[in-house]
Write a protein that binds this ligand. Structure first.
Ligand SMILES: [Zn+2]
Length: 411
C-alpha cells in the first residue's frame, strides 16, 4: 500500500519520513526554499531574446511525419517563416526539430530546470506545489523550461499520504471542496491535483473537488495507482488520470468508460519501472502487496486499444532521494518514450505523447507545433537522427531553445 502511495509520492507532499529516509532533503524545508528563491531570483534577470535567427536545413516534425529540410526562423521568443531581417543564420545540418513535454513531474530547484533544458524538455507539468512563492519563481525563468503547476494536492486526513508522507492539503467533507479549490486557483495554479487512494477520499468528496474545479472552468488531475482508486477517478469525471494501476490491470470496460468520458491518462511507466526494479525500495514500501510493472504495461495496452489519449509523463522528482536525483531529471522523459514503445505504441504515437497530445489536453496554446507565431521552444536533433524509426534517437540532442533563447549548459 505504501508503495502505491510512494509512486505518486511526489512533491505534493510535505516533509516526509520516507523521503527523509531516502534522501535526507525535504522539499518544504525552509532553508532549501530560501536557497532556491535566491538562485531563481538572481537568474530571472536574464534578458529576453531580440532579433531574428534563421535555422536552415532542419527537418520539422509536424505531428505525424518528419519533413524535408527547410528553414525555421526564430523571431524573439516566437517562430516565423518570414526570413526578412534575419541577422544570424545557423545551419541545422539536417537535424530534426520536435519539442518535448513532460506531463507529470515534481521539481523544486533551478538545477532541475537546467537539467530539463539540457535534455530538450521545454515544458513541464508539475503535479503538486508545496510552496506557492517557490512555484511562482520557478514559473518565471526566461530561457529555461516552462513550468506549469498544480496547486497543493488535496488529500484525506488519516490517509497514507497524510500519515506516512506528511501531506497537509486536507479536505474533510464535500462542503469544504469549494474553498480548497478556490485557494488552489487563487494562488495561480494552472490545474487541480487530488489523490485517490485506498484509505483516501470517499466518492462524494472526490466528486465535490472535481465539480468545484469544473465550476471555475478549470481541470482536475487525479492520482490513482491501484485498481480501486482508478474506479473512483473514473466515476468522478476528473480530467486527467495520473499513473496506471500496478496491482490489478485496469479492464477493457474501464478503458472504454475513460474514453467515452473524454478523460485522458498519463501512465508514468518510468516511475513504475524504477521502483519495481529496486528491491530495497519495494521491501520498504510495498507493504506486502503484489505490484508489478507488467500490470502497468497491461493497463497501458488496454488504454491504447480503447483509444484513450495517453500523455508522456515521468513522475521524476528532484526531492525523492537517491533513485531520482537532479541529473536524471530530463533523461527520464526519453526513457518514458522508450517504455511506451516497448508497451506497444508506435514511434510516432510516442512522440505525439510528448508533443501534440499534451498540447491538446493541457491546453498549451501556441506550443509544440512549429507554426507561425508559436513559441520558439525547439529541440534540434543531430544530423541523421530519426526518432520515428528509433525512438531512442530523441536523445541525439544537438541544440535546445526555450522561448527563442538557446540553452547552453555550463562547461
Ligand atoms: Zn507525481
Amino acid at each position: 500500500m505504501q508503495f502505491i502511495i510512494y509512486l505518486l509520492l511526489t512533491a505534493l507532499l510535505g516533509p516526509s519520513s520516507v523521503n527523509g529516509y531516502l534522501s535526507g532533503r525535504h522539499e518544504t524545508d525552509g532553508s532549501h526554499i530560501e536557497t532556491q528563491l535566491e538562485l531563481l531570483g538572481a537568474r530571472s534577470q536574464s534578458t529576453p531574446p531580440t532579433g531574428k535567427i534563421a535555422l536552415t536545413n532542419v527537418r520539422v516534425f509536424d505531428g505525424w511525419t518528419i519533413g524535408e529540410p527547410s528553414t525555421v526562423v526564430i523571431d524573439g521568443d516566437s517562430i516565423t517563416f518570414d526570413p526578412r531581417g534575419v541577422h544570424n543564420t545557423i545551419d541545422g545540418e539536417g537535424g530534426v526539430l520536435p519539442g518535448l513535454i513532460d506531463s507529470h513531474i515534481h521539481l523544486s530547484t533551478l538545477a532541475s530546470l537546467k537539467s530539463l533544458s539540457s535534455y530538450g524538455i521545454t515544458t513541464v507539468m508539475s503535479m503538486g506545489c508545496t510552496n506557492y512563492t517557490l512555484c511562482a519563481a520557478l514559473r518565471n525563468q526566461v530561457g529555461l523550461t516552462t513550468f506549469f503547476t498544480a496547486g497543493e494536492g488535496a488529500v484525506a486526513r488519516n490517509s497514507t499520504h497524510a500519515t506516512v508522507f506528511g501531506a497537509t492539503g486536507f479536505v474533510n467533507s464535500p462542503s469544504e471542496a469549494p474553498e480548497f479549490v478556490a485557494n488552489v486557483f487563487g494562488n495561480g495554479s494552472e490545474y487541480m491535483k487530488l489523490i485517490a487512494e485506498p484509505n483516501g477520499f470517499n466518492q462524494a468528496t472526490h466528486d465535490a473537488l472535481v465539480s468545484a474545479t469544473h465550476a471555475l472552468g478549470k481541470v482536475a488531475m487525479t492520482h490513482a495507482q491501484d485498481y480501486g482508486s482508478y474506479e473512483v477517478a473514473i466515476r468522478s469525471r476528473t480530467n486527467g488520470i495520473q499513473h496506471v494501476p500496478f496491482d490489478i490491470p485496469l479492464t477493457e470496460e474501464m478503458a472504454q468508460r475513460i474514453k467515452q468520458q473524454a478523460q485522458y491518462v498519463t501512465p508514468t511507466l518510468n516511475i513504475g519501472k524504477i521502483v519495481t526494479a529496486n528491491a530495497t525500495l519495494v521491501s520498504i514500501l510495498s507493504g506486502g502487496m503484489n505490484l508489478t510493472y507488467q500490470a502497468g504495461v497491461a493497463g497501458v495496452q488496454q488504454l491504447m486499444h480503447a483509444g484513450v489519449p495517453l500523455l508522456a509523463g515521468t513522475d521524476a522528482n528532484d526531492a525523492a532521494g537517491s533513485f531520482l536525483v537532479g541529473d536524471t531529471i530530463g533523461i527520464t522523459l526519453h526513457r518514458e518514450l522508450q517504455y511506451l514503445t516497448e508497451a506497444g505504441m508506435s514511434e510516432v504515437e510516442a512522440l505525439r505523447a510528448a508533443t501534440v497530445v499534451p498540447s491538446i489536453w493541457h491546453n498549451l496554446i501556441g506550443r509544440w507545433s512549429i507554426r507561425e507565431g508559436y513559441r520558439a521552444d525547439l529541440l534540434l536533433l543531430k544530423p541523421g537522427s530519426d526518432p520515428l524509426r528509433n525512438i531512442s534517437q530523441t536523445l541525439d540532442i544537438a541544440r535546445v531553445w526555450n522561448g527563442g533563447i538557446e540553452y547552453v549548459p555550463a562547461a
